[in-house]
Design a protein around this ligand. Structure first.
Ligand code: ATP
Ligand code: MG
Length: 422
């Protein structure tokens, strides 16, 4: 029969990569909780309208990348392409908008986008995201940026740099947008087809097009930072002052505009030097209009999304090792029914004490069990047969030194436990 392969753009994750995943998940949870963010779980699919409104009709995500389907009752759903819209819906739906502010949530979720798969870009991917609502100040921007920065540093990443920009607000952006469109029109001949379309729908996106010729046009384009209203200007200055004061490195990058429609003021990306084209490991920004857009109260918001696969690529590129599954402190080799039972008793006792221990479950010969113990790098091996069970004494061998000594079977667990952390 023909084998069925996994869907294009999806992953099977197992050892050794799974150790990286687990280490990253543990780190992001620990850091997020230290910053006072609480975890939120929302459904994997939502009514498609939520993403159309929340992410924006003009975005690639909504126009091309959504996995949508019609339910048996005719409702159109989509697998979530990102986390923010769902968090906002959940806040509104569960009456959390009237809780004491700020609201601080984080999530570790799988997202789905119909994209062309390549290194760092898949159709199902995992995102670590944070959202803070009800905090309009630059101190809030600093807090979420600092959270992302701390995660990246605690993972040991050194070649990741923070790029920030401000894209203004409904006050100053229309003026800027008009000037940008004028400039782009004058250079229409040098733009790719997608950008020609974007010029009318979402002209800011032309600035982060990866196409060589569009990049050249973007080089000399008018910059948002030169067109900010006073409020947006002060906001950006306050943010950079805090970053400076707290030693968080950054560059101002006028090409960071983010793909999603709802961003205002601060936008930022953490970019890894050296993992190729998909180098943005984290992207985020402020979206003060989103909550209202989705039917909630007017409430400032800021957050980011961090792609775990891209973090893994960056960690591998920087040669960062993570803790792997612990090795067994004891392997009990058994011959005969009574020995099997005694072996299970000893490993159960050790496991209950938090110590990694193993015994035979395959029915191997003694010789094969010794070989297996060596293969799994067991630290000690206890050899149990009928004679040992009868006498209550058995041989315990330390694998690294091949030293062997007799021990009371009843004392094995305690002996191993005492040495487990040495
Ligand atoms: P890109 O420009 O790379 O397509 P994006 O602007 O679409 O990114 P966001 O929607 O801001 O990305 O998502 C936040 C983060 O999620 C990205 O910075 C990236 O790390 C990760 N990410 C986005 N799309 C994918 C994908 N298809 N596969 C893996 N990771 C992804
Ligand atoms: Mg994208």
């Amino acid at each position: 029969m023909e084998n069925i392969a996994r869907p294009r753009g999806t992953m099977d994750v197992m050892a050794p990569d799974i150790f990286m995943w687990n280490h990253i998940e543990k780190t992001v949870r620990a850091v997020a909780e230290r910053y006072g963010f609480s975890e939120i779980k929302t459904p994997t699919f939502e009514e498609i309208g939520l993403f159309k409104r929340g992410v924006g009709e003009t975005t690639d995500v909504v126009q091309k990348e959504m996995y949508s389907f019609t339910d048996k009752d005719g409702t159109m759903f989509a697998l979530r392409p990102e986390g923010t819209a769902s968090v906002v819906r959940a806040i509104i739906e569960n009456g959390k908008a009237s809780d004491t502010l700020p609201l601080k949530y984080f999530y570790l979720i799988n997202c789905f986008r119909y994209e062309k798969p390549e290194a760092g870009r898949s159709r199902e991917f995992v995102q670590f995201g944070t959202e803070m609502f009800g905090a309009p100040s630059a101190a809030a921007d600093f807090t979420v940026i600092s959270l992302a920065d701390t995660v990246l540093r605690e993972l040991g990443l050194k070649n990741v740099r923070l790029h920030i920009n401000s894209i203004g607000c409904p006050e100053c952006r229309p003026v800027y947008r008009a000037e940008l469109v004028k400039y782009l029109n004058a250079h229409a001949g040098e733009l790719c087809d997608t950008c020609l379309e974007r010029m009318n729908t979402n002209p800011l996106r032309v600035l982060d097009c990866k196409n060589e010729s569009c990049r050249k046009v973007a080089e000399n384009a008018p910059r948002t930072v030169d067109h900010l209203c006073e409020e947006c200007r002060t906001h950006l200055d306050d943010l950079t002052s805090s970053l400076d004061a707290c030693g968080v490195g950054y560059v101002i990058d006028p090409h960071i505009v983010r793909g999603l429609d709802y961003y205002t003021k601060t936008v930022f990306e953490f970019i890894s030097e050296g993992i190729g084209a998909q180098s943005t490991v984290c992207g985020g920004g402020r979206y003060d209009g989103l909550m209202e857009e989705l039917g909630g109260p007017r409430m400032a918001g800021i957050g980011f999304g961090m792609g775990i696969t891209r973090i893994i690529l960056a960690m591998k590129q920087e040669g960062i090792d993570v803790p792997v599954l612990g090795v067994p402190q004891l392997y009990v080799a058994t011959m005969g029914k009574k020995a099997v039972t005694e072996g299970l008793k000893i490993v159960s006792e050790l496991r209950a004490m938090g110590v990694n221990a193993e015994t035979d479950v395959v029915g191997r010969s003694l010789k094969a069990q010794m070989k297996y113990a060596d293969k799994i790098s067991a630290r000690f091996v206890l050899m149990l047969g009928d004679t040992e069970i009868e006498s209550g004494k058995a041989q315990l061998k330390e694998m690294a030194t091949s030293e062997q000594a007799e021990i009371d079977i009843g004392e094995v667990a305690g002996f191993i436990k005492d040495r487990a952390n040495q």
